[in-house]
Design a protein around this ligand. Sequence first.
Ligand code: AHR
Length: 568
Amino acid sequence: MKITRRSALKTSALAASALALRGSRLFSQAATSVDAHIAIVPGEAIGTISPEIYGHFIEHLGGVIYDGVWVGRDSKIANTGGIRQSFVDMMKSIKAPLLRWPGGCFADSYDWRDGLGPADKRPARAAFWGQTDSNEYGLHEFMHTCKATGAKPYLAANMRSLQARDFYNEIEYCNAPSGVLPTHSHSKPVADSFAAQRAANGDPEPFNVDLWGVGNESWGCGGNLVPEEYAAMFRRFTAWSPGYSSTPLRFVAVGPNGNDLDWTRRLFRSLYANAERRHLWGLSVHYYTSGSSKEFAAGDALKFSNDDYYDMLTRASIMERIVTGHFAAIQEASAGQSQPQVKLVVDEWGSWYSKSTQIGPEYNLSQQNTMRDALLAGITLDIFQRHADKVGAACVAQTINCLHSLMMAKDDQYFLTPTYDVFKMYMPHMGAQAVRAEFSASAITNPMANAPIPVGGNSYTGSLDPEKYLKGLSGSASVSPTNPKVLTLTVVNPHLDRPMAAEINAGGAAIASYTGTVLAAADVHAHNDFTERDAVKTVAAATASVSSGRVVHTFPPASVTSLQITLA
Ligand code: AHR
């Protein structure tokens, strides 16, 4: 059944009268009693918010690459060298820092050499996700996408079906400087043959890829390995790699599915069985929130009840215990070792529904994105920021035509989703200093908290303990890297029908003034689509007057807000 916005609105469990009431209260700042308190402590730094937590992920899956990112050089659709122009513009508008490719599960059956050279000579191959890949979009096209958008490349290397040597070669192909190089021996200087091949394929300058995923979901589609087997492979793949001083490498090891602490503990125990961990910088974490409380990858993106809504946001919030739990497990395993602290790289996160809102049969796993998903994005990004000392990078899965997307595109049409708005609103946090912010608000009881939480991805499904409470108001705060008197406070109010008036203070400092942007809609099912591209959009937040260095700001129901606060 095709789900239209109209039909979703009809099936909404919200009564019309409640909608009208919410509409009238959405953006007002009428004097009211205080429901919550937010105490920002500018002096208590957590860590610098890595801009890379705003990273992206694109995979050869359904319509993500072909038609989403890549329309082809001869396309009538506006493009930069074959890359959809509207995708480039969207990524630039949010200063997308990082782009992960080529998968996902696709990566572990992909040979990077298949995508080199003249496009009409490249082999078409059977690929993961039941597709045949023409290989028209290969390594160079990906690097051009990064260059056009301004994002840094994050490559996922094939560990299941290629050898360690192929991994070294890929690094060399990407990073070896061109021209004649010293041999550091008595033989005469020579040109690196991979650099020469890269130049012959159109790119003399090295791509300088520093961030490398060593495999993907090796407990599942990446090889069905146990942690000890993966640790041994990781050590072998990374024991030596071609190094170029301009590009110190950062390797990311495959981490758990969801909250599987056993994987992380055993992996690190096993890695330390031989303490040499060259360039191990991050541990990948994948956590998707299913649209259904009972089943993984189920539930409808547009049709959901109030109970489904609260339950899904509660389950999304367990990202916090995943982050703290796995970081603690790494620390525990690393005690007594003189190794740099390994960061978490949450390189797949987002909502995952059934296929009922796919934009077409060939757009596998594409799904609609409503205000509910915008709140999920806000909750997730705020968690990463509250743990800026632990999370080094993250990638939403996936940026276009897929699960939790910022953009949907089909032929010459496209629209941006409410999740895009959240990425845009949160931009001032990028590179800022995360500081402690205490939120006191009564929690919401999860109406569906009696069953285990379904977790998984394509590779695996399992379950976690049920979660009973959703924070009644949550968010994060940071201090501008250029002006210590400017704070950014982002806040999610998940209550469907309750505006939350919160008294905001900045500890010993006085608030002088503030401005803000808010994303809210009269119905949380609201979303954009190809015909109604602006059904959901941000507006300037109505502000309240500051009194004695504090302010009582009302956060509309089911909203995401970003405030820029100036201290006296
Ligand atoms: O993002 C879709 C899939 O989910 C990825 O390919 C895989 O890594 C995960 O299971």
